[in-house]
Design a protein around this ligand. Structure first.
Ligand code: ARG
Length: 580
């Protein structure tokens, strides 16, 4: 099923060819939803651009196109201003579109004809520490992107590139071996956290300890048995803890998606060799480095990216080179997406460039760094606890659920405790995720409990509540939603028209999120849908509609809204509830 905008685009393309000739078959009609419903449903802005090409006035071009429109999908088409074409669709077309969406499991979003293999690297925490607020954004933005692309029908490969191999393990291992640590089954991540803090304090105050810790990493990476044994215990405990957090967050990562840094250990040397064979490797201050095209250091000299350190060790860049090679060569990625803090922007730009220079990533492969800003406290500084400590993710989720329980209890005091808590889990976790996803990801945002849990505004509780209200209309009327799926949708009020137009934009929105990798576009859209539904509810009685046909039509429209909200929230990794 083509969406309305695509239908309009093809109508305009035909009219343009009819008006100006075959040479104009490639012209983009530049159709956009109208900003003001008084002027129509859509606007086409191609005349201004074509005027230059045709050597005629824009208005003249626009009028010529309009004369050739004569299509029964349109009830009105006129030219405004310098040459904007305002378009109003036929009611029958809108009703038909609503009916097709109702019948379609995917609400009009067609699966892609030619699926790509998309590798998405997200969450990817450094282990040995408890999950904290700094891990939230990559985890939920990455998960939303994976869901959206997966819904499109792309072949998704999730990669949780956990840091299980770096210097933090040297510190921890050295400290544990030094203090004759014994593993016990009830060891929790909380204990590990404390041990890690002790170790890093020692590093700061004891140069000899710091030196031994560095050696310990080398021992670990070269297979030392004692180091390996303890390391495995630490990793096991960290992964167990990480999975608990993922589970509470409703994130789709499992152990099958683990692709730890250590996984690439055996591949590092051959990747560096491959660069060497291509003559890309140079000596730089004792290290082996690639000079990255297009990058300069502060003094304007070519910028080196060290792939093998002077002590023979490999670092973060080498691991990422091995990983990108693996993802393209063995996982056959068409697109590799890295959801990582914007502060690592240069790192990604550089190793992407090296992968291009080395010929691993051809023109057909898209490498993308999906960067994001920092979560701030109300004081506009990076979010910390009241005592200035790093905020644990588990604590955030606990507090979200507690606060949501209060909101739910205030809204509906009749709910029993068990039901209230179940609802609070969905709403509370959803609120935290939505507050994050609804912001332009590149920007920092302020973590604000009251705002994210508000029942008004662009929040998860508002959207979930809109869904709940629709469910309750059906409950109250004793109507089974399936019974209105075949209803014909009639247009009796401008709010119905606005709603159908908005609902029919879903395929476009999904496409734009998939391309820009900006989940906030979907949030904005869902908020618009819910707001329009709110207006519709205000003017159009549903159960008390004047006649049975109007009632069924409005129920059908309500059901489309509910399904759109549920699907859209689901693509953001947020659930809905039936009651609230
Ligand atoms: N573990 C890294 C960190 O915490 C993030 C890894 C992101 N993925 C990657 N392929 N570099 O900074």
């Amino acid at each position: 099923m083509a969406d309305l905008q695509s239908k309009l685009e093809s109508i305009l393309r035909d009219a343009t060819v009819a008006a100006l000739g075959d040479a104009y078959a490639d012209a983009d009609p530049l159709v956009t939803p109208a900003k003001d419903a008084r002027f129509g449903d859509y606007q086409a802005n191609l005349a201004m651009g074509l005027a230059k090409r045709a050597g005629r006035k824009p208005r003249e071009i626009a009028e010529a196109i309009v004369r050739h429109l004569g299509h029964d999908a349109l009830s009105k088409a006129d030219v405004a201003g310098p040459g904007f074409i305002n378009l109003t669709l036929n009611d029958a077309l809108l009703s038909g579109q609503a009916a097709s969406m109702l019948r379609d499991d995917r609400l009009g979003v067609e699966a892609v004809a030619d699926p790509q293999t998309v590798v998405i690297d997200y969450a990817s925490p450094n282990l040995a520490k408890e999950m904290h607020i700094g891990h939230l954004r990559s985890t939920i933005i990455g998960d939303a992107i994976a869901r959206v692309l997966g819904f499109q029908g792309q072949h998704i490969i999730r990669q949780n590139h956990i840091g299980d191999w770096g210097t933090q393990f040297g510190l921890l291992l050295e400290h544990l071996i030094d203090t004759d640590w014994q593993h016990s089954a009830d060891q929790t991540i909380g204990d590990l956290n404390a041990l890690y803090q002790e170790a890093s304090r020692r590093e700061d105050n004891d140069a000899d300890f710091a030196r031994r810790a560095r050696q310990r990493v080398v021992a670990l990476q070269s297979g030392d048995e004692q180091a390996r044994t303890i390391w495995k215990l630490l990793i096991g405990e960290s992964v167990r803890h990480m999975n608990q957090v993922f589970d509470r967050l409703g994130v789709q990562l499992t152990d099958a998606d683990l692709a730890p840094e250590s996984f690439y250990n055996d591949r590092l040397a051959s990747v560096v060799d491959a660069l060497d064979q291509q003559g890309l490797l140079h000596d730089h201050k004792g290290a082996k480095a690639v000079f990255v095209d297009g990058f300069k250091d502060r003094d304007g000299n070519p910028l080196p990216m060290a792939v093998r350190k002077a002590d023979g060790g490999f670092g973060y860049p080498a691991t990422d080179l091995a990983a990108v090679y693996y993802r393209i060569d063995e996982l056959h990625a068409d697109r590799v997406i890295y959801v990582v803090d914007s502060r690592q922007k240069d790192h990604f730009a550089q190793f992407f460039q090296v992968a291009r220079q080395a010929g691993w990533a051809g023109d057909g492969v898209r490498l993308e760094h999906v960067g994001f800003g920092t979560i701030m406290g109300k004081d506009r500084k990076p979010f910390k606890t009241r005592t200035g400590e790093i905020v644990k993710l588990g604590d955030v989720l606990d507090e979200a659920v507690e606060r949501a329980a209060q909101v739910v209890a205030a809204k509906n005091p009749e709910l029993d405790n068990a039901r209230r808590d179940a609802i609070a889990r969905v709403v509370g976790i959803g609120a935290v995720k939505y507050a994050d996803l609804s912001n332009d990801r590149i920007k920092d945002y302020v973590f604000d409990w009251d705002r994210m849990l508000a029942l008004e505004g662009n929040t998860a509780p508002y959207l979930i509540y809109a869904y709940v209200r629709i469910r309750s209309i059906f409950r109250k009327g004793g109507v089974d939603p399936a019974s209105v799926a075949g209803a014909s949708v009639v247009l009796t009020d401008p709010t119905e028209r606005a709603l159908i137009l908005k609902l029919s934009q879903l395929p476009r929105v999904i496409e734009s999120v998939a391309d820009s990798l900006e989940p906030h576009r979907l949030c904005t859209y869902l908020y618009e849908v819910a707001s329009l539904y709110h207006q519709f509810n205000h003017t159009c009685p549903v159960l008390k509609a004047e006649d049975a046909a109007t009632r069924d039509s409005r129920l059908a429209l309500s059901w489309l809204v509910a399904r759109t909200l549920k699907l859209g929230l689901g693509l953001l990794g947020i659930g809905v509830v039936e009651q609230m």
